[in-house]
Design a protein around this ligand. Structure first.
Ligand SMILES: [Zn+2]
Length: 196
């Protein structure tokens, strides 16, 4: 029996999510169809609401309901120190260490020329636009080839402007993502940062 178009459309939508292949997408779609109707309506409502209410902070690009976000609005945080992360999960991981009292900048990606991700696809211009009064940028991108390239790129642009650019120590195993690093490892990586 041929699949009806709405099912195919749902499977296709799920298959675009990270880590979801065609088989998993089909499993999710048929789960939704077999479940009580409220499961589907709650999912649809949550998806619509999150897009309607959550936006990027105009300063740091963190995802937030209020602009500026709570980190940028917090006057007790050091505005002269910016920690650059690839994504919000990275921000939350650094925040969980409890040892960083500066501001953040969320790139929403990392340089990856092979995947067509250049400087214009991540929020590097916005970072350069907020460097007045900033003394240090701590680059906490992942210890992958792309993460390192992103860090060096930021150093090349911000260094000549008189900003000290540092990189968190690679206590985080190579290839692993920041968000999966434990707090102790991440605290050490932060404390052991080195100049780029
Ligand atoms: Zn912000």
């Amino acid at each position: 029996m041929a699949e009806a178009d709405p099912i195919r459309r749902l499977i296709h939508a799920f298959s675009r999510l990270p880590g979801i292949g065609e088989k998993s997408a089909a499993r999710l779609a048929f789960f939704v169809l077999d479940a009580e109707p409220h499961v589907a309506s709650e999912l649809a409502a949550a998806l619509t609401e999150v897009r309607a209410r959550i936006r990027k902070c105009s300063l740091c690009q963190n995802l937030t309901e209020q602009d500026p976000c709570r980190f940028c609005a917090d006057g007790r945080r050091d505005a002269g120190l910016i920690c650059v992360v690839e994504n919000v999960q990275g921000l939350l991981a650094i925040e969980r260490t409890g040892e960083f009292r500066g501001r953040y900048h969320v790139l929403h990606g990392r340089l990856s020329p092979l995947d067509g991700v250049g400087p214009d696809q991540i929020h590097i211009r916005e970072l350069l636009g907020r460097l007045a009064g900033v003394t240090e940028i701590i680059v906490a991108t992942s210890p992958s080839v792309e993460g390192e390239a992103t860090a060096l790129y930021i150093q090349r642009l911000a260094g000549p402007l008189g900003v000290r650019v540092t990189r968190i120590a690679s206590g985080v195993p190579i290839g692993s993502e920041l968000e999966y690093a434990d707090q102790v490892t991440l605290s050490r990586a932060l404390a052991g940062r080195r100049d780029l």
